[in-house]
Design a protein around this ligand. Structure first.
Ligand SMILES: Nc1ncnc2c1ncn2[C@@H]1O[C@H](COP(=O)(O)OP(=O)(O)OP(=O)(O)O)[C@@H](O)[C@H]1O
Ligand SMILES: [Mg+2]
Length: 327
């Protein structure tokens, strides 16, 4: 086991208006991540999927400590990363990297590709210029930007979207991390180049023994990329298991609805899952429903669902579901 997440919560305070303050209304919170418990094995691709706003990115940021949690722990190689003093966290930062959705935003447009990929080496004190050059050269080769000398002198705007995302991957991998969070790394890219980037990520995982937390709202991407898949809804995991069995045999009514949105025999990269054929909209993460958080939208809801919150329990080997249907 590389990572263990225990009781992880992140509540963001909602901004209060003057009238709220004057009337002494209680501070409210967006419960973006609400009590997550899971593990990620070494060399695994662990996927988080779910509709927009369910807390995927917040979870990804918490796992590399770009955010501090409201509660809970993330053990990396057995040590709680939030206990590490901020000053000593640099060593962990080196081992835990993140790739964002939008390579336009994450790359400084005024830096050359060479400087962008070299920057993490400078920050982490790789002193010799020659060593840095060799590492940048190899990193660009690794991500398929060849010949590297042609790309080094260019600027981000001179590259295609796919090439820019390759630069972002080179930056993330140059320090030889163990764990990489990839937050929707292909969702901004043209459909035709997505498969190439995903394949590159899997090849690099094999080559360098990486472990990924892969975030997507696209179940067909999850199906191709992931070993295990966790389905999130309003900050919680409602189903967790091997990606293929969760997608081919979903158990939670929410997962079923997500899977039904993918046309049969069309497990490809095209189908997005932002819209789901279930009742109503996602409730506000500020005032969560009572009992099971999914019950107001659930077509299978019955007597206990609006009263008791179901726990995530193992219903078959390796298959976890939080639903009263499986008590
Ligand atoms: N810094 C913040 N301050 C306040 N609320 C936040 C902040 N970051 C996220 N949220 C809220 O937390 C919830 C979860 O957001 P998050 O970005 O984690 O969702 P997501 O699953 O990544 O969505 P998407 O698929 O759109 O990227 C949302 O309601 C969002 O508005
Ligand atoms: Mg997100």
């Amino acid at each position: 086991m590389l990572i263990e997440v225990r009781g992880l919560k992140k509540y963001f305070p909602v901004r209060r208006s003057w009238s709220d303050i004057l009337k002494r209304r209680k501070q409210k919170f967006v419960k973006a991540v609400n009590d997550l418990n899971f593990t990620i094995e070494e060399n695994e691709v662990f996927c988080l999927a779910g509709e927009s706003g369910c807390g995927k990115s917040t979870t990804g940021r918490l796992l590399v400590r770009l955010l501090e949690p409201t509660e809970g722990q993330v053990l990396f190689e057995g040590k709680n990363i939030y206990d590490v003093p901020k000053k000593e966290f640099k060593e962990y930062r080196r081992k835990m990297q993140i790739i964002f959705q939008d390579p336009y935003e994450s790359l400084n447009p005024r830096m050359t590709i060479y400087d962008l990929v070299e920057e993490p080496l400078r920050i982490h004190g790789v002193r010799s210029e020659e060593e840095r050059f060799d590492m940048v050269y190899q990193a660009l080769k690794d991500v398929g930007l060849e010949p590297p000398e042609d790309f080094m002198i260019r600027y981000p705007h001179q590259l295609s979207g796919g090439q820019r995302q390759r630069v972002a991957i080179a930056r993330a991998l140059i320090l030889n991390p163990k764990f990489v969070v990839a937050d929707e790394p292909v969702s901004m890219l043209d459909v035709s180049i997505r498969a190439g980037i995903l394949k590159l990520m899997l090849d690099l995982k094999e080559k360098y023994g990486l472990t990924y937390l892969f975030i997507t709202h696209d179940l067909s991407v999850a199906y191709h990329m992931c070993d295990r898949l966790a389905i999130m809804y309003l900050g919680k995991i409602v189903e967790l298991g091997p990606a293929d069995s969760v997608i081919l045999d979903p158990k939670h009514p929410y997962t079923k609805a997500l899977v039904e949105a993918v046309p049969k025999g069309q497990v490809d990269y095209r189908r997005k899952l932002k819209e789901v054929p279930i009742k109503g909209d996602v409730p506000s993460p500020i005032d969560l429903p009572s009992g099971c958080i999914f019950h107001p939208r659930c077509v299978e809801a019955f007597e206990p669902c609006d009263k008791e919150e179901p726990e995530l329990v193992e219903v078959e080997e390796g298959r976890f579901v939080a639903c009263h249907l499986y008590r």
